[in-house]
Design a binder for this molecule. Structure first.
Ligand code: MRU
Length: 367
């Protein structure tokens, strides 16, 4: 998508430098900084420190990390070492392991002298596929937004609510939850998006920045506002992303998503999840019981980063001295609270049958 009129993906390969380029998202939305990633440690740091973040983007980054590992030493032992090293960077988003497994399975049968080129080609493929998957999610989500728009008086905006950043910054391009928004906007459907700030790291500010750059009307709201807005009929549809969705359709996403789903359920507001197939964990059924929830440094809850009036970016303490924070990064929304899953192959119910119906090939290979 565009930043000040220039099209960017959230990562890209620089052939001159022979290195991956990322947008260092720790400084967004206040500063746009690009960084080259050139060592295995830098790959791990980029994921752990959330310079890159969002399930699909983490997966694509890990694939480029495997490519670097193969360029350094294409042995089986180094492939396994790189897999372990990158896999432990973040535990919840399944795209990370999905990408690492895909790379290892594809590269293992290839002669060692050909692995470096093959690994880089595969990383490009994974990145390009992500863009296409998200474009298709956009088309499929657009159909739902169109239906809602058709029931409204002409010119009245469809009011969406989203949590966290499941935007182009969280993917390679388009985003998942935002892709239907971009498609609807491009199709001329009037929209208004309520953007949850999403403490502690305020990824909602990135969503607001993205939507603003695209010209989509939106308001940045505190995390606790969604229930009130829904009670007052001010939300037509919730769309969120996902970091891992189980084979029965439980959805693990940024902390606070579950509360939005409860409020949507109580108020009869449709709650949709934009779900690329690499985010499905076919090995897990019960998301609450089985998905590991990342716990991050409590500094993220006791402190807040922002921009000062003079333009510098700073961090201030909000909790009293000596108070420690609890920082569970994700929660699980049970499938009964999900109206539908918007995937690249169409929209389905959040049930085992719904997912298996759209992805029979994937269920089969997981069994
Ligand atoms: O901790 P983050 O910023 O990586 O979490 C991101 C989210 O929870 C997104 O909603 C999710 O990854 C879907 S991204 C398309």
């Amino acid at each position: 998508m565009k930043v000040n009129g220039t099209h960017y993906r959230s990562l890209w390969w620089d052939y001159d430098q022979g290195a991956l380029q990322i947008i260092d998202q720790r400084w967004l939305p206040h500063d746009f900084r690009i960084q080259a990633v050139t060592t295995m440690q830098e790959y791990a740091d980029a994921i752990v420190e959330m310079r890159v973040r969002g399930a699909p983007l983490i997966g694509a980054t890990a694939a480029y990390g495997m490519a670097l590992a193969m360029a350094e030493d294409a042995s089986d032992a180094n492939m396994d070492k790189a897999w372990e090293f990158l896999d432990k960077t973040r535990p919840t988003a399944i795209n990370l392991r999905w990408a690492l497994n895909r790379c290892r399975e594809a590269l293992r049968p290839i002669p060692q002298e050909m692995r470096a080129d093959a690994a880089l080609k595969l990383a490009h493929e994974i990145a390009d596929e992500d863009v296409e998957i998200n474009r298709q999610i956009g088309e499929n989500g657009l159909a739902i937004i169109r239906e809602i728009a058709a029931k409204k008086p002409a010119g009245e905006p469809v009011r969406l609510l989203t949590h966290c950043n499941a935007g182009w910054l969280a993917t390679v391009d388009w985003g998942t939850a935002t892709s239907p928004m971009y498609h609807a906007y491009n199709a001329g459907i009037p929209l208004h998006v309520w953007v949850d700030e999403t403490r502690p790291r305020n990824q909602g500010a990135m969503t607001a920045w993205e939507l603003g750059s695209h010209g989509i009307e939106h308001k940045y709201i505190v995390d606790n506002a969604g229930g009130h807005l829904m009670q007052h009929g001010l939300v037509d549809m919730v769309i969120v992303g996902t970091d891992r969705t189980t084979r029965r359709g439980d959805v693990c996403n940024k902390i606070g998503t579950y509360l939005k789903a409860l409020a949507a359920h109580d108020n009869g507001v449709p709650f949709y999840v934009a779900l690329p197939s690499p985010t499905i964990d076919w090995t897990v059924d019960d998301g609450v019981a089985e998905i590991p929830i990342e716990e991050r440094d409590d500094f993220e809850t006791t402190h807040v980063q922002g921009r000062r009036a003079d333009g510098t970016i700073d961090t201030v303490q909000v909790a009293p001295e000596g108070t420690s924070g609890g920082n569970m990064a994700f929660d699980v929304t049970p499938n009964r609270l999900v109206t539908g899953l918007i995937t690249e192959r169409g929209v389905c119910k959040a049930t085992p049958e719904g997912l298996a119906g759209l992805f029979p090939d994937m269920v089969k290979s997981a069994n």
